[in-house]
Design a protein around this ligand. Structure first.
Ligand SMILES: [Fe+2]
Length: 157
């Protein structure tokens, strides 16, 4: 049965589903990139950066989960398959030939910044459409992305 939330305009619901799906897609792409970096690091800063990257992923994943579950509450369909993520993400493909912590941190920072920008734009779009709850979920995700970008940049010196 549909959830059929009351007090939401149809446009608010549709806009939120599409913005949440777009943010979720970039979040899933970023999440996989964080593991790619976590696995392929080498060098004297290995353990600090290896653990930092897993921490970023551990904080990111529940935000993605909240977006997907909000789509379901709005009677949409969250699509989190690898095929859809590869088709729709706006993030650049993650390079597979990197080993230095410096290179990985730069690449992760670039993607975290792009994800943060996408989510921040979606907050306003969803809020203006009239779904404050989805805007709140996106605001929490954006706040976390900003903090983790700071962590990554602080490691870069
Ligand atoms: Fe691990």
């Amino acid at each position: 049965m549909p959830v059929n939330l009351q007090g939401l305009e149809d446009n608010a619901r549709k806009t939120a589903i599409s913005e949440l799906q777009a943010c979720m897609t970039d979040g899933l792409s970023l999440s996989m990139s964080l593991k790619q970096a976590h696995w392929n690091l080498k060098g004297p800063n290995f353990i600090a950066v290896h653990e930092l990257l897993d921490g970023v992923k551990t904080r990111l994943d529940p935000n993605i989960d909240d977006m997907a579950e909000r789509i379901q509450q709005l009677d949409g369909t969250a699509v989190g398959t690898v095929e859809e993520v590869a088709r729709a993400t706006r993030l650049e493909p993650y390079p597979t030939n990197l080993t230095s912590a410096e290179d990985h941190l730069r690449e992760v920072a670039n993607r975290l910044r792009a994800y943060g920008e996408r989510v921040r734009t979606a907050i306003d779009t969803v809020d203006e459409a009239g779904d404050a709850d989805s805007a709140d979920i996106l605001t929490a995700a954006s706040r976390q992305a900003d903090k983790d970008l700071w962590f990554i940049e602080a490691h870069r010196g």
